[in-house]
Design a protein around this ligand. Sequence first.
Ligand code: COA
Length: 415
Amino acid sequence: MSKALEGVRILDFTHVQSGPTCTQLLAWFGADVIKVERPGVGDATRGQLSDIPGADSLYFTMLNHNKRSVTLDTKKPQGREVLDRLISICDVLVENFAPGALDRMGITWEHVQAINPRMIVASVKGFGQGQYAHCKVYENVAQCAGGSASTTGFDDGPPMISGAQIGDSGTGLHLALGIVAALYQRTHSGRGQKVLAPMQDAVLNLCRVKLRDQQRLERTGTMHEYPQYPDGKFGDAVPRAGNASGGGQPGSILRCKGWEADPNAYIYFITQASAWPAICRVIGEEGWIDEEAYATPAMRLLHLKPIFDRIERWTMTLTKFEAMEILNRHDIPCGPVLSMKEIAEDPALRESGTIVEVEHPVRGSYLSVGNPIKLSASPTTVTRAPLLGEHTEQVLALLGYGADDIVALRAAQAI
Ligand code: COA
């Protein structure tokens, strides 16, 4: 079976997390991804958060599956020449260096266009245009600058960082979509273009509901779906809403049986309006179905605390899985808080290829996420991340270099 992006060649000049997330996705869709790394060093993540001495870290291996690795010192003229040849045969150059680093290497847009006018140059940067455009950015900075931190956490606590890497992996996803769109446009225009995904913008895109709420707050001075309503105070910016859904269907995280010892014995419970009668029946409060104070969603917003307290008295009698089972029988939306251990052992996630076990020649077997996007006619087979420079000679041969050239490149320490 052919793959969706078969025939697309990616010059992967990415490092750390955001860029590699993007190119790994493209590789999973079948693109030939050639990762360029510094000789002897490689992507810094190879050695970071190490758990097995001498083996590439999980940080690196989980972000670089299905790629080839080439070592190239692109600051040496011989290395730059190899890079130029790569530019001439690739469709997309993906990079996430600090602002200006690519230009300093001499790889300007004009230079790329002169060699290969069909090439798409795709970049992750921390910020787009503006006062911070020159800044280096890591995940948590993006979460702060993109509106996530100020809207996450509890009202009486500091801004909070999410465990989900929305700045890095989230931006990588955005960039991948930009690349695929540019590839499609190229089929009509015949030309490449620049694709930019700033991390601040990607985080904000994922936080758009909070920008929605900012405007609602400015117009009405209050938001009935937030825990600050009806007794607390609203300021002039969207407050942190704790575990409240803040959306059209009120929800909360509730304790389940065993919560005293198990930090994840919780369930997320949504009081969807259409499920209200079923909820009342399940928790043994049939009288609430007709009670005036609870009769409409708007009325219930005034009483969310006592409502969730009562539901929690019910969930605390059951494990999160028992509660799930009962609630789903009645079409009441809910979800267990799953630990990473539970997720790693989940047979359905293994079955769907969302969690895969990968064999690595140095580190042995390890778990990784597989492709979360399933294409029926382009299934993903996850293959291990490359060792540093594993494919250097193979790719140089593809570029037309002979054995003597390779010896010369080695002597010049360019590969
Ligand atoms: N051969 C020779 N030099 C190479 C090379 C190679 N194969 N690959 C990279 N380099 C050089 C670059 O040219 C640059 O050199 P210069 O600064 O002298 O011009 C240098 O290595 C590294 O670049 P830089 O990106 O500044 O690395 P850093 O480790 O200092 O910063 C980040 C890391 C992530 C903060 C920064 O790259 C960044 O802000 N990127 C954009 C946002 C981003 O993606 N952040 C999230 C990362 S998950």
